[in-house]
Design a binder for this molecule. Sequence first.
Ligand SMILES: Nc1ncnc2c1ncn2[C@@H]1O[C@H](COP(=O)(O)OP(=O)(O)O)[C@@H](O)[C@H]1O
Ligand SMILES: [Mg+2]
Length: 393
Amino acid sequence: MVPFGERLRVLIYTGKGGVGKTSVSAATALRCAKLGHRTIVISTDSAHSLADSLDMPLTGDIKNILPNLDAIEVDVIHEMETRWKEIGQYLSDFMESQGMDPISAKEMTVWPGMELMSALFYIEEFKISGKYDVVVMDTAPTAETLRLLSFPDTADWYFDKMYKMFKNTVKLARATVGKVMSTPMPSNAFLDDLDQIRDRMKEVRIILQDSQMTSVRLVVNPEKMVINETKRAYTYLSLYNLTVECMVINRLLPEEMRDHYPQAKYEEQSRYMELIEESFSPLKMLKAYQSTTEVVGQRSLEVLAEQLFGDIDPAIVFTTEKSMEIFSKNGVDMMALKLPFSSKDEVELYKTNDVLIVKVGWYKRSVALPYSLVQKEAHKAEFKDGRLLISFK
Ligand SMILES: Nc1ncnc2c1ncn2[C@@H]1O[C@H](COP(=O)(O)OP(=O)(O)O)[C@@H](O)[C@H]1O
Ligand SMILES: [Mg+2]
């Protein structure tokens, strides 16, 4: 474990809907603030529930809610009206010119995942201003978040397209001077805004990929569907070169409640714990237990933080090492897996649909494959520098 010292720490909690991301984010932020870190918790799930969880009113503007703790529920329409005024204005004028009514036009300027993108820009500002020590991000359910976390990488392509489209609109407008123009002209301020976004995207990418600064924490429950979806998320996050740092296993049934829940539930839970182990080891596992009362408000969030972190500072860097990497080398697609050992034992590889099973002696590891590797065959595996390197062809 590495202390984070003077650096900004960005903790991104993600996972399937309902697993406890918001509760865990709020609990983490409360604990960080208590420890004296200047903390902000940002909700980027458009179905915001951070205010409910903290039991405090929040808005689309940053608000101080407790000593050392600020919070915001990012509101894209509000962002478009304030921070991205030129873009918001032009896009809604554009939609209106295409015959849309003004209210729908405003809604249409919002594209999926923009809450997260706005939040990433906030983080970039915080890094420059030094206003916070810790940023805790409560994100939308996995699929949407993943798309956006990959966004910095696709940003160049995306903005090239957008930029060209608007540049062409300007050209077209000049060519047709004198005729009635139905499309509004983008202003210079608008084009400047686009340029600025592109530059800032690059900064965001640097922040996201810095493993000392940014860590992704996967929240799961001991449930089959949740585990399988999160397994896929883990693969894609690795593919996008983010550092998945640890797992949060929430809603475990406590041992002392054995009289309360049926025995079969506990048996099911131990099977799913094995599945978690085989899907995510050697990631660090933080645990929290099913509460019999609602997890709402500071007191119950503090109980949750205590279960998760005990005496540990939640902002600490658990690891900077990437436990899974997916890359191409000399035209060969490769996957590197960190395993808890390096072995002379024979490695067995099995593929079923989109899952790769790795067996080494008694050890079994199961990995969701990204689409690009599903069609390929895993044909070679060797240990190198403490990692298992698997080649695909
Ligand atoms: N450990 C827990 N025990 C009992 N209820 C929980 C626990 N963790 C979360 N909840 C409850 O489950 C619901 C979903 O949690 P939430 O944090 O909003 O999940 P997400 O943000 O992943 O959708 C909320 O009502 C929350 O209070
Ligand atoms: Mg939530």
